[in-house]
Design a protein around this ligand. Structure first.
Ligand code: NDP
Length: 281
């Protein structure tokens, strides 16, 4: 039976450490502050944003929320980003996705000042990640790497497979694994016979948004399985992209959903905000 990679526990430890760092920063007159922009009324986004605000409150990070109407124009969104970029009291800016299809999210991410881009989505920071330079790493892949480090799992020389190639998870994950000297393959919806690739993975990261899609027969014996997916299963319960019950019988390590990568993602967002604030020292 696989050992559980307990993201909830590790994330709590990281938050405790950050709490102390924030106290030290405040003693030096620096007050970390996050500004979150939400456009429209997406119900999942509301839950994610609420969780981020609660984490900020716990750690002592100041928090401001900007709720824009669905009919907001691109110019209005860019104007708000410009205003937050110039505001010296704000260290981090986060644009919650999704935003209405009438708006260009990539243009908006590009406008966020790289030094305040705590989500790591600005092309400048994405480029730095590719070049192996210090930067804000996108929070989910960053959280996955931190979780593996916490369990002393060495990635060097391992065959890693990432399923999903989104800009926010799959692609930065590929780069993070490569930076750790894993040999990386990325799969997507057009991959021919997916199980042919996944069944060779020492480390399998799945981020596709399909409930219990990865089954036991698609996973190598003793693989390390990281489940990023957050879905609602047929029974109405939250589940991942991996069939946890079955896959945990063959994997050596596995992340649960919930309690795996979700809390790590929020912890790394907090870590990025503190990093942004520290750069002011
Ligand atoms: P996207 O919808 O942006 O991307 C999904 C990716 O999965 C695409 O690259 C797509 O391929 C690929 N894909 C879809 N179906 C298949 C398939 N049958 N076989 C192989 N590949 C497939 O999703 P995100 O990356 O934003 O999110 C993925 C999941 O992770 C979601 O459940 C989301 O809720 C969750 N998530 C969880 C986070 C956390 O904190 N735990 C953070 C962010 C996301 P193609 O490119 O060819 O279309």
């Amino acid at each position: 039976m696989a050992e559980i990679l307990d993201g909830k526990k590790v994330a709590k430890k990281i938050r405790e450490e950050l709490k102390k760092e924030v106290i030290e920063l405040k003693e030096k007159g620096i007050r970390p502050k996050l500004a979150v922009i939400m456009v429209g009324n997406d119900s999942s986004s509301k839950i994610y944003v609420k969780n981020k605000s609660l984490a900020c409150e716990e750690i002592g990070i100041e928090y401001e929320e900007y709720l824009l109407h669905e009919t907001t124009t691109m110019q209005e969104l860019l104007n708000l980003i410009d205003k937050l970029n110039e505001d010296k009291s704000i260290n981090g800016i986060l644009l919650q996705s999704p935003i209405p299809k009438s708006l260009d999210i990539n243009e908006a991410f590009k406008r966020i000042a790289p030094e305040k881009d705590v989500d790591g989505f600005n092309p400048c920071n994405v480029g730095k990640l590719c070049l192996g330079q210090d930067t804000f790493v996108s929070c989910t892949p960053y959280g996955i790497i931190k979780l593996l480090e916490e369990y002393n799992i060495d990635l060097e020389g391992k065959d890693a497979v990432v399923v999903g190639r989104s800009n926010i998870v799959g692609k930065p994950m590929m780069q993070c694994l490569l930076n750790k000297n894993a040999t990386v393959t990325v799969c997507h919806s057009k991959t021919y016979k997916l199980e042919r690739v996944t069944s060779k993975a020492d480390v399998l990261v799945v981020a596709i948004g399909r409930p219990k899609f990865i089954t036991k027969d698609m996973v190598k014996e003793n693989a390390i399985v990281i489940d990023v997916g957050i879905n609602r299963g047929e029974d109405g319960k939250i589940c991942g992209d991996v069939d946890y019950e079955e896959v945990s019988k063959v994997a050596s390590y596995i992340t649960p959903v919930p309690g795996g990568i979700g809390p790590m993602t929020i912890a790394m967002l907090m870590s990025n905000i503190v990093k942004a604030a520290k750069s002011k020292i």
